[in-house]
Ligand binder design. Structure first.
Ligand code: TPP
Length: 666
C-alpha cells in the first residue's frame, strides 16, 4: 500500500465521471512535465529564456478544458496549459520557442507570442494589456453573428494596472460582450507585490464598478476552475455579457528564470507548496481510487515520449536563414489592388466631407461584414457629420458609438479581423490616436508578419491645422506611422481621391491610416462620380505640370503649393503623393529627372517629417539629376499654437513661394 499523501485542497467532482477526471489529470500533468524539461534544458543552455507557470497550471488547464474547442482564448506568458490543451503539436510548439522557421512565427517572435486560428488561440504581444481589446472584438463578432460563443482572455494582476484592462472591460460591459476576463492573481508583477501595484483587496470588488459580474475562485483547484468556467460559459453563451474572474494563485518560480525570487519571502513558497495544483489533484485522485499508480505511470510515460519526440524534431531543425524578400512580403497580407475605374464624366460637384461620406456608405453597402466604431458616430453622426444618417441605413450593430476607449476599440478592430470581419475606427480628432498608438504600431501593424493574421482595419484621422483649435486638435501626426512597417498611410487632397482612396482602404485587407484634412472638409469641392470606384495606393497624381522644378507634397500642401507655384510663374510639377506608405518613387524619379530641382512641402513639422525621408531617398538615388539641393518647407518645429495669427505663421503656406524662388535661383 502506498503511503497516503496529503490533499490540502477541497476537490468537488460534482457530476464528472472517472474518465473525465482522468482526462483532466492528463491535461494538468502535461504542462508541468514540459516545464520541468524546459528547466533542465535551460540549465544546459539549450534554450535561452523561460517564463514559468509552475504553480498556476490549474487555471489554464481548467479554462481550456471547460470551453468548446472553437472558442477563442487569449492567453499570457504563463499559460502553457492553454496551448497543450488545444492539442498543439509539441514539435511545432518547441520550434516556436527555439525561433525555428516551422514554429508559428517563422522565427520572428518568441515564446507564446503567436496566434493560431486553427486552434482558436490569439497570443499576447509583450505589452500585457492589448489582447483584452482583441478579445472584445472576437466577442463582438460572435455576438453580431449570433454564434453563441464565449471568449476568454487572461491578464496578470500586474497587467491589470494598464489602461487596456480598464478600457476593455468597460467596452465589454457597455456592449454586453461575451468575454470572460480571467485575472491570474499571483500576488506579484515581476518583483512588485500587489500592495505596490493597486490599493484594493479583491478584483471581484471591481465588478460592480463596471456593472458586471465578478467571481473569485481558488486558482490552484482545477475542479473549481473547471466547474466555474463551465457554468458561466454556458450562461454567457445564452445571455451574452462579460465576467471578471479572479483566480487566486502563486508563481512558484521567478518572473523568468534569470530574474530569481529574492524578493519573495521564503515562507510564501512553503505555504503555496502545500497547495500545489498538480500534486494535490494527483493525490486526491489516488486517494479516491480514481487514479491507479499504473495509470499514473502510463500517462507520464506517454507525455515523456511525446516531449522527447517533439524536442528531437525541434532541435534537428536549423535556425532560419534570413530571406529579405519574404520578410518584406510578410509585413502585409497579399492584396491585388485591381482598380474599379471611375466614370469621370458623370460626377457631381461634392465637398471633401461628402465624398468621404459617400465612399464610406458605398463600402458599407459592399461589405456587409464592415463595422464602424467611433465616438458619437451613431445618431449624432460624428463631430464632422461623416456618418450622419448611417444608423438609419445600417443599424446600430454596424454603426457603433464607443466609449472613450481608443486603445480597446482599435484592439476590437483587430479582434473583428480574427473573425474575418472588417472594421473602421474613427478618431474624433487625429490627435487622440495617441491613446490607441500601441494597438496600431504593435498589434495592427505586426500581426500579419508575426503569425499571418491580417488586421483589416481602417483608422480614419481628421487631421490638420488651420481652424485655430490649438495644440491638441490640429496636429499632423502621419510621420509617427510612416516609420512603422505593416501600415499603409493614405492622405487625399481632394474629393475625388478621398472617395476612391477610402474605398480602396476597405478593399485592402491591411491596416490603413486614412488622414482627412479638417479645413478641406467643407472648403473644397470637386467632381466626384456617383458610382463605387477606387483609387490605387502607391500612385501619385500630378496636380500641376512643368519643367522648372518639382514640388512634392500631399494634403493641404497641394493647394498651398499650387497657389505658390502660380505666384512664381508656374511651369512646376506638383506631385500629390496621395499615399505616403507606400509613396510613389517612380513618379518622383520621373519628375526629378525632368526638372532637376525639388521642393518638398508638408504641413507637419520639419524635423522628422516625411520630407526628410523623401529628401534622403532623392539624394541617394537621383543625386546626379539634381541641379540644386533638395529643399523642404514645413511647419515650425514647435507645438501648434491656438491664436490664428500665431497658427498662420507656424504653418508653411506663407513661405512656400519664397522657398520656390530660392530653389529656382540655384
Ligand atoms: C507595457 C509593459 N510594461 C512592462 C512590461 C515588463 N513586464 C513584463 S511581465 C511584467 C509583470 C507582469 O505581471 P503580471 O501581470 O502580474 O503577470 P505575472 O508575470 O505575474 O504572471 C512586467 C512588468 C511589459 N511587458 N509591458
Amino acid at each position: 500500500m502506498p503511503a497516503t499523501k496529503t490533499v490540502a485542497l477541497a476537490f468537488d467532482r460534482k457530476k464528472l465521471t472517472d474518465d473525465q477526471l482522468l482526462s483532466l489529470y492528463q491535461a494538468l500533468v502535461k504542462p508541468r512535465m514540459i516545464e520541468e524539461k524546459m528547466l533542465i534544458l535551460l540549465r544546459q543552455n539549450r534554450i535561452s529564456k523561460w517564463f514559468s507557470g509552475i504553480g498556476q497550471e490549474a487555471i489554464s488547464v481548467g479554462v481550456v478544458q471547460a470551453l468548446e474547442p472553437d472558442e477563442y482564448i487569449l492567453p499570457m506568458h504563463r499559460n502553457l496549459g492553454i496551448f497543450t490543451g488545444r492539442n498543439i503539436e509539441l514539435g511545432q510548439l518547441f520550434k516556436q520557442w527555439e525561433g525555428k522557421k516551422n514554429g508559428f512565427t517563422k522565427g520572428r517572435d518568441r515564446s507564446f507570442h503567436f496566434g493560431t486560428n486553427e486552434h482558436h488561440i490569439v497570443g499576447m504581444i509583450s505589452h500585457l494589456g492589448p489582447q483584452m481589446g482583441v478579445a472584445d472584438g472576437i466577442a463582438l463578432a460572435h455576438k453580431l453573428k449570433k454564434e453563441q460563443k464565449v471568449t476568454v482572455v487572461f491578464s496578470g494582476d500586474g497587467g491589470s494596472s494598464e489602461g487596456d484592462f480598464h478600457e476593455s472591460i468597460n467596452v465589454a460591459a457597455v456592449w454586453q460582450l461575451p468575454v470572460i476576463f480571467v485575472v491570474e492573481n499571483n500576488g506579484y508583477g515581476l518583483s512588485t507585490p500587489s500592495d505596490e501595484q493597486f490599493r484594493f483587496k479583491n478584483f471581484v470588488d471591481k465588478g460592480p464598478g463596471y456593472g458586471i459580474d465578478a467571481v473569485k475562485i481558488d486558482g490552484n483547484n482545477i475542479l473549481e476552475v473547471y466547474h466555474t468556467i463551465r457554468k458561466w460559459a454556458a450562461d454567457i453563451r445564452k445571455n451574452p455579457r462579460p465576467l471578471l474572474l479572479e483566480a487566486i494563485t502563486f508563481r512558484m518560480r521567478g518572473h523568468e528564470e534569470a530574474s530569481g525570487t529574492k524578493y519573495v519571502p521564503p515562507q510564501l513558497f512553503e505555504i503555496w507548496k502545500q497547495k500545489d495544483p498538480v500534486e494535490n489533484f494527483e493525490n486526491w485522485l489516488l486517494e479516491e481510487g480514481i487514479l491507479s499508480e499504473a495509470h499514473q505511470k502510463k500517462v507520464k510515460d506517454q507525455i515523456k515520449k511525446e516531449i522527447e519526440a517533439g524536442l528531437e524534431v525541434a532541435f534537428a531543425e536549423p535556425l532560419p536563414q534570413p530571406d529579405k524578400v519574404e520578410e518584406y512580403a510578410d509585413m502585409y497580407a497579399a492584396f491585388d489592388q485591381s482598380l474599379a475605374e471611375p466614370d469621370r464624366q458623370t460626377g457631381t460637384e461634392k465637398r471633401l466631407v461628402d465624398a468621404i461620406q459617400e465612399g464610406l456608405k458605398q463600402s458599407m453597402e459592399r461589405h456587409p461584414n464592415l463595422v464602424l466604431m467611433g465616438q458619437d458616430i451613431a445618431e449624432y453622426g460624428g463631430v464632422f457629420k461623416i456618418t450622419e444618417g448611417f444608423v438609419d441605413q445600417f443599424g446600430k450593430d454596424r454603426v457603433r458609438n464607443t466609449p472613450l476607449c481608443e486603445s480597446a476599440i482599435i484592439g476590437t478592430g483587430l479582434g473583428l479581423s480574427v473573425k474575418g470581419m472588417k472594421a473602421m475606427v474613427e478618431m474624433q480628432f487625429a490627435d487622440f490616436v495617441t491613446c490607441g498608438f500601441n494597438q496600431i504600431v504593435n498589434n495592427l501593424a505586426k500581426s500579419h508578419w508575426r503569425w499571418g493574421q491580417n488586421a483589416d482595419v481602417v483608422v480614419r484621422m481628421p487631421t490638420g491645422a488651420g481652424v485655430a483649435a490649438g495644440p491638441f486638435h490640429s496636429q499632423s501626426n502621419e510621420a509617427w506611422f510612416f516609420h512603422t512597417p505593416g501600415l499603409k498611410i493614405v492622405y487625399p487632397s481632394n474629393p475625388f481621391d478621398a472617395k476612391g482612396l477610402l474605398n480602396m482602404a476597405f478593399e485592402d485587407p491591411n491596416p490603413v491610416i486614412y488622414f482627412e484634412h479638417k479645413v478641406l472638409y467643407r472648403s473644397l469641392s470637386g467632381l466626384v462620380p456617383e458610382e463605387f470606384y477606387t483609387v490605387p495606393f502607391g500612385k501619385a497624381r500630378l496636380a500641376a505640370t512643368g519643367n522648372k522644378a518639382t514640388i512634392i507634397t500631399y494634403g493641404a500642401g497641394v493647394h498651398w503649393s499650387v497657389t505658390a507655384a502660380e505666384n512664381c510663374g508656374g511651369n512646376v510639377d506638383i506631385i500629390d503623393l496621395r499615399t505616403l506608405l507606400p509613396f510613389d518613387k517612380e513618379a518622383i524619379e520621373t519628375s526629378v529627372k525632368k526638372t532637376g530641382r525639388v521642393l518638398i512641402v508638408h504641413e507637419d513639422c520639419l524635423t522628422g517629417g516625411i520630407g526628410g525621408e523623401i529628401s534622403a531617398w532623392i539624394s541617394e538615388h537621383l543625386f546626379r539629376y539634381l541641379d540644386a539641393p533638395v529643399l523642404r518647407e514645413a511647419s515650425w518645429d514647435t507645438a501648434i499654437p491656438f491664436a490664428p495669427t500665431l497658427e498662420n505663421e507656424f504653418l508653411p503656406k506663407g513661405r512656400i513661394a519664397s522657398r520656390l524662388e530660392e530653389l529656382l535661383g540655384f
